[in-house]
Design a binder for this molecule. Structure first.
Ligand SMILES: [Zn+2]
Length: 460
């Protein structure tokens, strides 16, 4: 699971990378198409080479003498040829990989142990790449035809070499800008197409809905700002502006809603599917058979499929098996701890400062929220005093009550709130990290098995 911010950021850096790749490929193509033109030193005579109006540049005063005395503007077609091979060898394979990367991203969102079903030979990837080829081919063709038209026009005006070069440079610059824009748009489109294809191929195991996620910064279109959070079934299309799009960057949509889009997708899993996908353990259904004293947060931090809100707590003391604690002692502990809790100042504002995986390879692997703050230890000590004093308040069976001892606690005490038990808790860390921040505890809970008593810190 990655955070939304991380997802958007990852897409952006992928777009940066691809943009550079395309710009370099275009530069190489231009160089290979114009290297002959570079030999033009003096345009003394532009000669009409044939009746169709093709022009030739007479090469004079070139030192050393060029091998080809005449260079036709049609030689600029080499730009196109070079671009097409850059496209085939470098750019399209990279776009294919981007589709697959998008599929991997989607899986990551699931926290799931599901197979990645989209690879380079997957129909969705192949379809995407072949359609992208049609869109990208035009860059080279356009560039050489427009450059040629500029040269022809310039020559007809009798322009000097510097003037002609300026025309060519201008044309190259604007097609560079176009190419970069197209590159960025393609990356977003390819990533999202791959992600959607992956989720669709999961069928029943996959999410029921897709959600539009926008960057929502100054560069975000108004219509995409509005689309943020829109949820539709996987097979449906989003309504964005006046258009309908299957995913952000959908190339079948109008350019207005597609070009330079940086939006992406998140997924809404049915709770059950998500639970299974993440390998969550269904320990919640287990019967509670031990005792504990804990702090309870006012707004329980939870992650989907993890510990339910009503179970959320920060353990102060583990009391061991309930069966070992005499009934009278339980009552005495309740009274002592309850009284002391209500005398304490409250509520307690603490700080959830991080998230961690506990027992990754052992029993009960889980993801926890680390909690710190002044006052935690004081409450723990006060509660402990209550447990120590409790046997004195037991009327009968004093011996049994006094014989009970608090089990050994984990050392050192490491205040935490458990968020989820899962076979692969590492995958839940990003989601857990989103819960980092202030956390307020307003109650002390004493639980003997499933019998739970809450006392308000500071009383009512
Ligand atoms: Zn967008």
């Amino acid at each position: 699971m990655t955070t939304k911010r991380q997802r958007l950021h990852r897409l952006e850096s992928r777009a940066d990378r691809f943009e550079r790749l395309v710009a370099q490929a275009l530069r190489r193509a231009i160089r290979s198409g114009t290297k002959n033109l570079g030999l033009v030193v003096e345009p003394t005579t532009y000669q009409v080479r044939n009746a169709r109006g093709a022009f030739a540049i007479n090469m004079v005063a070139a030192a050393p003498q060029p091998a080809e005395p005449y260079v036709s503007v049609d030689d600029l077609a080499a730009i196109d040829a070079a671009w097409q091979s850059e496209l085939r060898d470098l750019i399209l394979p990279e776009l294919g990989r981007t589709v697959v990367e998008g599929a991997h991203d989607a899986i990551e969102d699931l926290v799931a142990k599901v197979p990645v079903l989209v690879d380079a030979r997957h129909a969705a990837a192949e379809l995407y790449v072949s359609q992208a080829e049609n869109r990208l081919r035009g860059i080279g063709t356009d560039l050489w035809q427009k450059t040629r038209a500029q040269l022809v026009a310039g020559m007809a005006e009798g322009e000097s070499i510097p003037e002609l070069s300026k025309r060519v440079r201008g044309e190259i610059a604007s097609s560079n800008v176009r190419a970069r824009t197209i590159a960025r748009t393609e990356v977003v489109s390819a990533s999202n197409a791959g992600a959607l294809a992956q989720m669709q191929s999961l069928g029943e195991e996959g999410p029921a809905e897709k959600e539009w996620l926008s960057t929502n910064d100054a560069r975000t279109r108004f219509s995409h700002r509005e689309a943020n959070g829109q949820q539709v079934p996987l097979v449906d299309r989003f309504e964005v502006g006046g258009a309908t799009l299957a995913f952000p960057g959908d190339p079948t949509g109008p350019p207005d809603e597609v070009i330079n889009c940086r939006c992406t997708l998140v997924w809404n899993m049915e709770p059950k599917a998500r639970l299974v996908a993440a390998g969550f353990e269904t320990f919640q259904e287990e019967e509670h058979t031990s005792g504990m004293i804990a702090l309870v947060p006012r707004d329980p931090p939870t992650i989907g499929g993890g510990e339910p809100a009503e179970e959320s707590h920060l353990t102060l003391w583990f009391l061991g098996p309930v069966d070992d604690i005499p009934e009278e002692l339980q009552q005495a502990i309740l009274a002592e701890v309850g009284f002391r809790s209500e005398q304490l100042p409250g509520p307690l504002l603490a700080n959830a400062f991080g998230a961690a995986v506990w027992n990754p390879n052992g029993e009960d692997p889980c993801v926890v929220l680390n909690v710190g703050g002044n006052g935690l230890r004081d409450i723990r000590d006060e509660v402990h005093q209550g447990v120590i004093n409790a046997p004195d308040n037991v009327d009968s069976n004093q011996d049994t009550a006094k014989a009970w001892q608090m089990p050994e606690q984990h050392q050192p005490w490491s205040p935490h709130v458990c968020l989820a038990y899962a076979t692969d808790p590492t995958a839940l860390i990003p989601e857990a990290l989103e819960l980092v921040g202030p956390i307020e505890f307003d109650r002390v809970r004493v639980a003997f098995g499933s019998e739970v008593h809450d006392f308000t810190l500071g009383g009512e």
